[in-house]
Design a protein around this ligand. Structure first.
Ligand SMILES: Cc1ncc(COP(=O)(O)O)c(C=O)c1O
Length: 412
């Protein structure tokens, strides 16, 4: 039972929509299908704007660019995420303060965020891990009380809901991924940025497509020595300049193709069914795990929809050897994934002074407690039966002996 290569389902509707675009004779770049996809997406998320891009990584790069961070600024981030969530901060001479995850959740703990705020803090980057929404109400209170911008990495969270609102619409800017493994895909790669600020939306549209900077064009009209001025009306499409994209010092082309957008539209229409299937599988696995006192499922804040992009659970490391459990599941041909290695311990962040013990909860989780099981719509009912049976056998085999319990104090 493999971990998902494709996290969604692909059927004749996807193929027909892609074929229609390819055979339309219309442009395959920056056309009307992309606009339709963006309109459907912003309606789904509940923001004024949804701007498609070529990946979740690029969405985060552009979102972080908009924060307008200056050397010496501080950003608070979770250590429990994929590196793309905060990678652009590495080259910006800003200080990242990692706020540990909650003891009962893979998500950033608002209480730890509050502890990290200083007069230099400008932003918080949160990740809705596996689609489980971050407890956004307390987090947004801290952010608003301290004038902080909030970036939501919602790469896992399409289909999630937090107290009546969609992740990606609660903070200042949301970033989604349509990578092959995600809840929906746009031909394997793609991303979306969601937001309400019109000035940011305008800049994003220009940045992602290397479009001409019209403000500069206006200012520069007719300013070329003794040459006759070129009327401003001729500039669009004929002259390009660009605002600097952070350290890259240029714009970029990060647009989503028409064929990808066509697939995105079909996929978004299927999202309720895809989420329902993920939840059904998760309910079966959860029911099995509920039999064990040595297993803990993440706590869900009140009133959330959890679309189980990842099915995550933790073991009590005094009672179960997590690494042995992974091994036993592999023997049963059930692939598991540990994610993510705590970011502050990666060499690039260690080089910036981050240390072991900085985020003890995230570290303990990665090294000794947590794991992710296959949970995606492509799993058949038979496969889910096999998974559940294999899981219970593997847990029995990975239980620690009573002598281990007598000899150890529960450290990992
Ligand atoms: C939490 C998170 N953020 C960002 C990304 C980056 O998205 P992409 O792969 O589309 O670049 C991913 C993963 O793929 C992710 O899991």
């Amino acid at each position: 039972m493999p971990y998902p290569r494709v996290g969604t389902t692909i059927d004749d509707r996807d193929i027909a929509a892609i074929g229609e675009v390819l055979q339309s004779g219309e442009t395959l770049s920056q056309g009307s299908v992309r606009e339709q996809f963006e309109a459907a997406f912003r309606q789904h998320i509940g923001t004024r704007y949804a701007i498609s891009v070529s990946s979740g990584t690029v969405a985060l790069e552009l979102a972080i660019h908009l924060l307008n961070l200056r050397p010496g600024d501080e950003v608070i981030a979770t250590p429990q995420t994929y590196q793309a969530s905060i990678q652009p901060l590495l080259t910006r001479q800003v200080t990242v303060r990692f706020a540990d995850i909650a003891p009962d959740s893979p998500n950033i703990d608002p209480a730890r965020v509050a502890e990290q705020v200083t007069h230099r803090t400008r932003a918080v980057i949160v990740v809705h891990y596996g689609g489980l929404p971050v407890d956004m109400d307390p987090l947004m209170r801290i952010a608003r009380d301290n004038g902080l911008l909030v970036v939501e990495d919602a790469a896992h969270a399409l289909g999630s809901m937090y107290r009546g609102r969609r992740p990606g619409s609660i903070g200042d800017i949301g970033c989604f991924s349509f990578h092959s493994s995600k809840n929906i895909t746009t031909l394997g790669e793609g991303g979306m940025i969601t937001l309400n600020r019109s000035d940011w939306a305008e800049r994003l549209r220009s940045l992602r497509a290397n479009e001409a900077d019209m403000v500069l064009m206006k200012r520069e009209e007719g300013s070329c020595g003794s040459m006759a001025p070129v009327p401003q009306a001729l500039y669009p499409g004929n002259a390009y300049t660009h605002e600097c994209l952070g350290v890259l010092r240029h714009g970029t082309n990060a647009t989503l193709s028409e064929a990808a957008a066509a697939m995105g539209l079909v996929q978004l229409g299927k999202l309720p069914d895809l989420v329902a299937r993920r939840q059904m599988i998760a309910a079966r696995i959860s029911a099995e795990l509920a039999r064990y006192d040595c297993v803990r499922l993440p706590a869900e804040p009140a009133d959330v929809v959890y679309p189980y992009h990842l099915f995550t659970f933790s073991v009590d490391s005094r009672k179960v050897d997590r690494n042995e459990l992974v091994r036993q599941l592999a023997v049963a041909r059930i692939e598991t994934f540990l994610r993510y290695f705590p970011l502050h311990l990666l060499p690039e962040w260690r080089a910036q002074g981050h240390q072991p013990d900085e985020c003890p909860v995230a570290e303990r989780s990665w090294f000794a407690e947590h794991m992710n099981l296959p949970c995606y719509p492509g799993l058949s009912d038979d496969q889910v039966d096999i998974l559940v049976a294999g899981l219970s056998q593997a847990i029995s085999k990975a239980r620690r002996s009573p002598s281990f319990l007598r000899g150890r104090s529960g450290t990992y």
